[in-house]
Each structure stands twice: as C-alpha cells, then as structure tokens.
Design a protein around this ligand. Sequence first.
Ligand code: MN
Length: 242
Amino acid sequence: MSLKDYKRKRRFDVTPEPEGRDVKPAAKKPEHELAYVIQKHQATRLHYDLRLEWRGVMLSWAVPKGPSLDPSMKRLAMPVEDHPIEYNTFEGVIPEGEYGGGTVMIWDRGTWSPEVPDVNEALKKGDLKFTLHGDKLRGSWVLVRTGGWRGSSGKPSWLLIKHRDDFISTRDVTIELPRSAVSNRLLADIARANNGDVEKAAAGDPATTVAARPGAKTKAMARSPKRKKPESRGKRTSASKK
Ligand code: MN
C-alpha cells in the first residue's frame, strides 16, 4: 500500500486533487470504520472509481459500467493505483491534459466492512467479500480477480458482483440515481461550477442520452430541469476548448 504511483502520475501545482499525506504504518486491525466511496469520473471514458479504505490508503478499482444491483451482472473492475484517504472528498474538475483529466463526482460514500477474517489474504487470493454501507449501495458484494483480460496497467482485471440479499434489484442504479451523494449535482453541474468541459461532462449524465433522441421525454429529464436551459446545451466555453 503506497501512494508512490498516485503521486508520480499527477502534477499537484496543476490539478486540484489532494496530494495526500504519507501513509502511516497500518494497524493490523482498524480501530475505526473503514471509508468507502465511488467517484463517477468522466475522463477519456466514463467510469466509476470504487475505493475501499485499507491500511491507510484507498484501494481503487475503475468500473467502466458502474455497479449493478443485479447478481447476474458481473462488472469489469480494473485495479488502479492506491489513492489517498483525502481523495474521498474530492469533487471537481481535473484539468484537460492532466492524468485523468475530466469531471469527478462523489457518486456514493459511506463505510464498508470485510466479510472475510483476513483482508490481506483475501486481496492476495483475489476474492474479497464485503458489505457496503453507502447512500446508494448497500449489502453484500464481492470483488474477484480473473485470470483473463489485462488492461493497459498489465494487471489482471477483477469483477464486481452483487451478492444475493435484500438489496438486489434489476433497476439500473447508475441511470436512476445519477446525482452526487454530497452536492446532488450532475456531472455537467460540477463541470460548469469548476470551469470544466460542460459538454463532455454532460455526456456522462443519463439525461443527455435521452435528450439525444428528439421528442423523447422521460423521468430522467423531468428530474433534471437544469438540463433544459439553453446554456447546458450550448457550445463549449473557450476555456474548455483544446
Ligand atoms: Mn478515474
């Protein structure tokens, strides 16, 4: 567990992301509740960064399609570099051209608890069962490492799967609950407030997908009245042009 990769990839005089303190030697048994966060990140591609606090850092996986409450849906989860705990409160815009350039939303947050006696062993084995206590996601989940496809990182991919319990559903939680858990904003709102690329951010908000079909009016649009204002459909601001 180290922030070496995290720090190496970022220029902290350019990005508003937190630099993070040095990781303290970790206690074997955590004395506090372990933090959990999912950041929805509209970078080159939209993905959801699942982060679980462990030994002084946030273990992180990028989940391109986001979590599914349907146990039959296995969601690809690519391991990414450990992030600092301070990252959990970051919601804003990473400048274009920087690592991960784009808009970041705190999509869900809360705590997690391991369902295994030894988390280090579970991580080594590639089979981590855990419970989420978030605003949007609850109940039992598993992250399981596959022998299959390796991403650009060269690390094997994992799968994020919902376990069967009272919290399963076939409803698409990423579409039905697209807003920030801390600010209730959509990606486009966050981009607009932080001088980001509003058009690019809006492509990650579900209402945009719907709005692309002329005449289609859905619940998602009705819940997002801001999206109907002219400025949210407008051209990029000069600041966001490449
Ligand atoms: Mn990301």
